[in-house]
Design a protein around this ligand. Structure first.
Ligand code: HEC
Length: 199
């Protein structure tokens, strides 16, 4: 073989392709495990499912210059304290409902979805739910009949009735509460939380 033109030979480029593919494959496997360890419930930024038994609110962090979720005190969803497994089952049903009804067609959750309707990542703390004592019930009523309970906030956009059962609506609320407790690095930005009573 003519050594001078080795870099232009077929063997060289074949070897390059094999090496690049092999190295990227290893990096991809590493990144997959790294991501999974960061998005699993019960890790630094993603709380356990039983967080729905607690009060979730937002506090301004000067060091990070964003609002970060803070979790404190007992505040069981619908007044019923759940074990971590029970909470996981409920949140699972919420997630399945959200997937089955394709809420992402209009909404965004954790950066995925559409921008026709409000971002749901922090919907649990949306000002539209007026105050913490009536929020849970307002949310369930809204999900069961979003046309009659439309708020629309000057957009004239209405959510259609998606025929959720009461159990599904409550599970969706549990999912939204859990999701709001995830530290998303301040995403979505410019979010103004509901009035928060000091403990
Ligand atoms: C066809 C588009 C569309 C689909 C599909 C849809 N929504 Fe909505 N949703 C809207 C619109 C528009 C609004 C704002 C109107 C309002 O608040 O009255 C809204 C508002 C909401 C709110 C209040 C948001 C906030 O920040 O306060 C929640 C919660 C919600 N939707 C949940 C859901 C869930 C859960 C699903 C799936 C089961 C779903 N939506 C599917 C259009 C949609």
């Amino acid at each position: 073989m003519n050594r001078e033109n080795y870099w232009a030979s077929q063997t060289f480029w074949k070897k390059c392709a094999i090496w690049v593919t092999a190295v990227m494959f290893v990096i991809l496997i590493f990144l997959t495990f790294d991501s999974v360890s960061k998005i699993t419930a019960g890790t630094e930024r993603v709380p356990e499912y039983s967080v729905i038994n607690k009060k979730v609110f937002y506090k301004y962090s000067e060091a990070r210059d964003i609002l970060v979720p803070e979790i404190c005190c007992e505040a069981p969803l619908f007044g019923k304290k759940l074990s971590n497994d029970e909470a996981a089952d409920l949140i699972d049903l919420g997630k399945l409902t959200i997937q089955a009804k394709n809420c992402m067609n209009c909404h965004t959750l954790l950066g995925n979805g559409a921008y026709y309707a409000p971002d749901l990542t922090k919907a649990w703390l949306d000002q539209g739910w007026i105050n913490e004592s009536i929020r849970e019930n307002l949310m369930v009523d809204f999900l069961l009949d979003p046309e009659a309970n439309a708020r629309s906030f000057g957009t004239n956009r209405k959510m259609p009735n998606l025929d959720l059962t009461e159990d599904e609506a409550k599970a969706v609320v549990a999912y939204l509460k859990w999701m709001s407790a995830i530290d998303t690095n301040g995403f979505p930005a410019w979010f103004k939380p509901i009035y928060q009573k000091e403990e």
